[in-house]
Design a protein around this ligand. Structure first.
Ligand SMILES: *[C@@H]1O[C@H](CO)[C@@H](O)[C@H](O)[C@H]1NC(C)=O
Ligand SMILES: *[C@@H]1O[C@H](CO)[C@@H](O)[C@H](O)[C@H]1NC(C)=O
Ligand SMILES: *[C@@H]1O[C@H](CO)[C@@H](O)[C@H](O)[C@H]1NC(C)=O
Ligand SMILES: *[C@@H]1O[C@H](CO)[C@@H](O)[C@H](O)[C@H]1NC(C)=O
Length: 889
């Protein structure tokens, strides 16, 4: 290949000028590319000419090389250090080739966003490889025969990192602490290496969605407990199998998207928590070859399980209860944090068969002796269940907390030996004939922190707080579209199904609750603080009528009992409740790292929510914020979500929605969103329309919910930049790329929902062929051939007559129109309403008789009527029932 041919004078001048410019120019890149082509053997480049921008796989912008994509192109040879001169390079894709030799530093490729060199034969990973890669979002290094290396600190400065994957890449050392502090990091893949150490504590509250650490090579494995996972609320994929993890599986109830949980081949102990078996999102779980105890867990049908080998379950039959003595002993072991020696020794379902620490007389337990075992944790109050117990010996451990009062009711007890521990608090009053040995406990008799065995209600509330590190959120990524595509492809190739979140991360110091931003200050005096400081004293502010007492909500939800939970999310938990015969849904926000500001913004959110009232929007009925609690009370929707009806109807025992029902739902949603978009002074944008946010009543009429994502746009301000929020698949392309919010992003999402209503398919579905993963593309392609479309595209569950087919086709056209690539070409929501309304009326002329414009008034009257609620007056019920009848015709 020849370099540039000799140039005439003007060209030479231009050349000189260009080379004086600070930025790289074609000539620089050209020279660098020539270097690269010398050592890299690219079959496709053999016949290429002198201009690298025309080489296969090379893309340029303004004369600079921005992308090199040679994925799976039979490339061999070595990568020249000149690669680091391509200063505008955004994407380097060299995966699946046979490139060997040293990797050179990419230092200072400040534009580089995506780097994939997996599946090659690279050998050295230079220490400064990541230095200055400030734009880097995705890095994939899997399957290279590197000389062992550890993750350099420079990676912590790649602040935009979303995917870090180095599986089977000879990585050594610990998981760096900073991974937990990188706000955008979603995917960490480090399997098949020789790493060691514990899960870093900094993972607490991180936004990581996929944590893949399995199969560290023997001799070097991850160890320690996995409790931190309980607070990683965004996790969807957790692969920890084939390591040396110990301790119990923590409470996973805050992990609202957990899909794939693999921990087989570790040394986990303890009882499998109900939060895992009852997870509604779980698809795949492996637990075999641990030391798990208690009943063999039973998972829902459809969950792929590998659980029954090599554990210490009390029975071989899923869900069969253990002997009551075993159940109680496991509570005792839980107090000691499920130590390994007990997990190993306590086999079967009969504790009198040689169980460590347990002595029986006949079938009755008479002595519990756990002296000298280095146990941590507390003394479980469950010991009080062993009525036959004579001696309890716990000396020479590290137990803390108090001696539980429950022991005093044991009539046969003669000895309690707790010498040499770290117990504190008042010693319960035992009967005279009980010998209590308590020397060697520094704080016995003194009140320290009462987190010990008996602290019932405090135990659970502190658990809640432990999980309340605000889950949290990205700033806008310009060019995220590209990243998302890379991520999606990558994930697809890894067969992680339904991994569909473009997470709505905010920086770690911003409370996740506050998703509503109030832009500008002309709504009022601009000071939330001033408006609300008196709210609990009975002053009348706007929100005042909606204030509810915590006690009323507590008793309505049976003190936030597990049984009342109907949903979970990154925001917290939703409970079902009953208040004077009236069903309510209570959204209990996670409040942890939120200071005063959080409270003000909470009130601001309520103020916004109050304004948004429509019969097709789920209504806010009240709120409460005291202490650490922030609660929003909504009307309860008994019919479940559209998602359940559309995609999971057989799982939920629903019959498939008919076309007429779907059409009505579409119109309901369109009306709700139209209203949001066109409130008198302001315009609200939902930002996260999707079937799981559309709730149904018993008549299959729909209301839109989750205004957590509504953004308030001011009059005249037709668009604005925001943090990206929403769900992959429903994100309008321009929004994904620029973060610019207009009402048209809701129109797009609505179009996607119409497509789902028509086809019964999820917008993203990995079971479709690769190129068809996104329903929008498939749908827009198929619709070009009307006859074929009507034959093959509609949901097979639909029974369509001639008239249905006509209306289905019209809805399909609306769907196409709404998902136009250009936002300006999408219709307004009112257009969708106008299109859909006549179709609905065709078959049910009275369906939409009342006038939507009046619905705003419902909200006005609401506030006043709610005043009596706290006192339990029946006025509310009366009003509520009436409003139901308004709402449901
Ligand atoms: C569960 O994992 C196994 C093994 O990787 C895989 O073959 C199977 O398809 C997975 N099942 C689901 C439902 O994801
Ligand atoms: C108790 O905690 C210490 C320190 O964390 C640990 O080294 C020890 O292994 C724990 N004891 C048991 C029995 O797990
Ligand atoms: C606890 O340790 C002390 C000193 O190491 C020892 O004398 C005592 O016997 C131990 N107690 C029990 C119950 O083993
Ligand atoms: C719970 O903790 C608080 C202090 O945080 C304390 O005042 C209260 O007595 C505790 N309640 C119980 C049941 O231990």
């Amino acid at each position: 290949m020849k370099a540039k041919s000799p140039s005439p004078l003007p060209l030479l001048l231009l050349f000189l000028i260009l080379s004086l410019l600070p930025s790289s120019s074609l000539s620089d890149d050209s020279a660098a590319m020539q270097d690269i082509a010398k050592s890299l053997i690219v079959p496709q480049w053999k016949l290429a000419n002198g201009n690298p921008c025309s080489w296969p796989g090379v893309s340029c912008q303004g004369g600079s090389v921005v992308e090199i994509n040679l994925k799976n192109k039979g490339v061999s040879g070595e990568l020249s250090p000149s690669i680091s001169k391509l200063s505008f390079l955004k994407s380097l894709q060299l995966q699946k080739n046979q490139i060997k030799g040293d990797l050179s530093s990419l230092a200072n490729l400040a534009s580089l966003e995506s780097l994939s060199i997996d599946d090659n034969a690279f050998t050295t990973m230079p220490a400064d490889f990541f230095s200055g890669l400030t734009s880097l979002q995705t890095v994939i290094l899997d399957k290279n025969p590197f000389i062992p290396w550890s993750i350099p600190d420079d990676v912590s400065k790649c602040v935009n990192l979303v995917v870090f994957s180095a599986s089977d890449a000879a990585v050594t050392g610990n998981i760096p602490d900073f991974f937990g502090k990188m706000p955008k990091l979603q995917t960490v893949t480090l399997s098949y290496n020789t790493m060691k150490g514990e899960l870093p504590a900094s993972f607490k509250g991180s936004n990581i969605q996929s944590l893949v650490l399995n199969n560290q090579q023997t001799g070097s494995q991850f160890t320690g407990r996995i409790d931190v996972i309980a607070s990683m609320t965004q996790l969807s994929v957790v692969w920890l199998q084939s390591n040396g993890f110990t301790g119990p599986i923590p409470d996973l109830s805050e992990l609202a998207s957990l899909m794939d949980f693999r921990v087989r081949d570790n040394s986990l102990t303890g009882v499998v928590p109900p939060s895992l078996t009852s997870s509604a999102t779980l698809k795949n779980v492996t637990l075999s070859n641990n030391k798990l105890q208690g009943p063999m867990p039973k998972f829902a049908d459809g969950v792929a399980v590998d659980i029954d080998k090599g554990n210490q379950f009390c029975s071989k039959n899923p869900a069969e209860q253990c002997d009551p003595r075993v159940t109680t002993l496991l509570e005792v072991a839980e107090g000691f944090e499920y130590p390994m020696d007990l997990a190993e020794s306590w086999q079967g379902n009969d504790p009198c068969k040689n169980w460590q620490g347990v002595t029986c007389a006949g079938q009755e337990i008479v002595v519990l002796n756990f002296a000298n075992r280095h146990y941590n944790g507390t003394i479980s109050s469950a010991i009080g269940n062993f009525a036959s117990l004579q001696k309890l010996i716990l000396s020479n451990n590290s137990l803390s907390g108090r001696i539980p009062d429950s022991l005093t009711k044991l009539q046969k007890l003669t000895l309690v030996d707790v010498t040499n521990n770290d117990l504190s608090g008042k010693v319960p009053e035992f009967q005279q004939d009980v010998e209590v040995r308590k020397e060697g406990n520094r704080n016995i008799g003194k009140e320290v922190d009462s987190s010990g065995g008996d602290s019932g209600s405090n135990g659970s509330s502190s658990k809640f707080q432990a999980g309340t590190i605000s889950g949290i959120v990205i700033g806008v990524l310009v060019g995220i579209g590209c990243l998302v595509a890379v991520l999606a492809c990558y994930i697809r190739s890894r067969k992680h199904k339904e991994f569909g979140w473009v997470s709505t991360q905010t920086p770690a110091n911003e409370p996740e609750l506050v998703k509503i931003g109030v832009i500008g200050t002309n709504l009022n005096d601009g000071s939330w603080n001033g408006r609300y400081t008196q709210s609990s004293t009975g002053n009348t502010t706007d929100s005042q009528g909606m204030y509810m007492s915590i006690n009323a909500i507590r008793s309505a939800t049976n003190n936030f009992s597990e049984d009342s939970i109907i949903g979970r999310g990154g925001f917290g938990v939703v409970y079902k409740g009953q208040l004077n015969e009236t069903m309510i849904a209570v959204k209990r926000n996670k409040v942890g790292l939120m200071g005063k500001k959080g409270n003000e913004e909470f009130r601001a959110e309520i103020d916004v929510l109050q304004k948004v009232r429509h019969r097709h929007l789920v209504a806010l009925l009240g709120f409460c914020d005291v202490g650490d609690e922030q609660l929003l009370v909504y009307e309860y929707m008994p019919g479940g979500t559209l998602e359940q009806h559309l995609f999971e109807c057989s799982d939920n025992g629903f019959s498939p929605l008919t076309w007429k029902q779907r059409l009505t739902i579409a119109l309901d949603v369109a009306r709700g969103v139209e209203y949001l978009h066109s409130l008198a002074q302001e315009s609200f944008i939902h930002r996260d329309l999707k079937p799981s946010n559309i709730l149904l009543d018993n008549d299959k009429r729909a209301k839109v919910s989750d205004f957590g994502l509504v953004k308030l746009a001011l009059d005249k301000q037709k668009s604005m930049m925001t943090r990206l929020a929403g769900t992959f698949g429903y994100l309008a392309p321009e929004y994904a790329i620029t973060g610019k919010v207009t009402t048209k992003i809701d129109v797009y999402a609505f179009g996607v929902i119409l497509m789902e209503l028509i086809t019964g398919e999820r917008v993203l579905d990995d079971t479709r062929p690769d190129e068809d993963t996104n329903l929008v593309y498939v749908f827009r392609r198929n619709i070009l051939d009307k006859e074929n479309f009507l034959k093959s595209s509609p949901d097979p569950n639909l029974r369509l007559d001639e008239e249905d087919l006509i209306s289905l086709w019209e809805v399909a056209e609306v769907a196409r129109y709404c998902t136009a690539r250009e936002p300006s070409q999408r219709p307004d929501m009112s257009h969708a309403v106008n299109k859909l309304a006549p179709l609905v009326e065709k078959w049910k002329p009275t369906a939409c008789d009342d006038d939507d414009d009046n619905d705003g008034d419902v909200g006005m009257s609401l506030r006043g009527r709610l005043e009596g609620w706290q006192n339990g007056e029946s006025r509310f019920t009366e009003w509520y029932n009436k409003s139901l009848s308004i709402n449901y015709d």
